[in-house]
Design a protein around this ligand. Structure first.
Ligand SMILES: C[S@@+](CC[C@H](N)C(=O)[O-])C[C@H]1O[C@@H](n2cnc3c(N)ncnc32)[C@H](O)[C@@H]1O
Length: 258
């Protein structure tokens, strides 16, 4: 499936998407007792929002993503990090990863904001033999989409996107409660012990960051042709609600292998 995470969208993603603050990394380390001896696989790593900071906590990180442009941006974001590597692949490649890395060789497999595109039942079953005992799978979501939050600027943004792009407000990308319940139930049915942690914080936002965040969420073939005009109109639509702040709620579902 072509999700359009290519070209300019990959660059926008690296520039504008939020990373994960230290308490999220602390939660992952605590859930799986990760140490400097562990390797972590970040599946659907995108431009490295989770993989790059995780590399500072463990022996090594393997970032896996089907989109070469996203991986190229991740490599740039990683700079001279010596212990992160970037591999083209998808959730269908877990058996090959296990063959290469070894059974029970991995402390954790993290999936940040990407599980909604994966074959979850098959994936969770296959990951049980890739992770070591006490390790596991973490499903991480990084806040509600910008146009679905309760604030004034978010509602204005939602209305603008409906008018200009015909975008409905229903795509929550796994951040909604029903998806979270389903993910937890699927992990549990696959034999993992599941715990849920949330990290909440409020961060200031600029109009440029709102526009960039929106553009980074579009498939590359849906980017508006006149980017400057689109961005100016979007910024105009939200301007009455300045200054902007975003309440971010990061959810970490940790499935621990006993
Ligand atoms: C929204 S981005 C998330 C990037 C990053 N993990 C984060 O938390 O910001 C989703 C990523 O999942 C990747 N992806 C889509 N389908 C996938 C699949 N079946 N297996 C692995 N990755 C996939 C996309 O290419 C994209 O880079």
């Amino acid at each position: 499936m072509d999700l359009g995470f290519r070209g300019e969208v990959a660059a926008l993603y690296r520039r504008y998407r939020r990373g994960y603050p230290p308490p999220v990394l602390d939660a992952l380390v605590a859930a799986f007792t990760l140490t400097r001896d562990d390797v972590v696989v970040d599946l659907g790593c995108g431009t490295g929002q989770l993989a790059v900071p995780l590399a500072g906590r463990v022996r090594g990180v393997v970032g896996v993503d089907p989109e070469p442009d996203m991986l190229a941006e991740a490599r740039t974001a990683a700079g001279d990090l010596p212990n992160a590597t970037w591999v083209v692949g998808s959730d269908a490649d877990v058996p090959a990863l296990r063959a290469v890395l070894g059974t029970g060789s991995v402390g954790a497999v993290t999936i940040g904001q990407a599980l909604h595109w994966m074959d979850r039942e098959r994936l969770f079953a296959e990951l049980r033999t890739l992770v070591r005992p006490g390790g596991g799978v973490a499903v991480v979501t990084n806040g509600t989409p910008l146009w679905q939050q309760g604030s004034g600027w978010s509602r204005a943004l939602g209305a603008f996107l409906r008018d200009h792009l015909g975008l409905g407000g229903d795509r929550a990308c796994g951040t909604d409660e029903e998806s979270q319940r389903q993910y937890a139930a699927t992990l549990s049915a696959a034999g993992y012990d599941v715990t849920a942690t949330t990290v909440e914080y409020t961060a200031p936002l600029t109009a440029d960051a709102i526009a960039g965040g929106v553009l980074s969420a579009l498939p590359v073939d849906r980017l508006p042709a006149d980017r400057a005009a689109f961005t100016a109109a979007l910024e105009n639509a939200v301007a009455p609600h300045a200054p902007f702040a975003e309440d971010v709620r990061v959810a970490v579902l940790a499935g621990r292998r006993g």
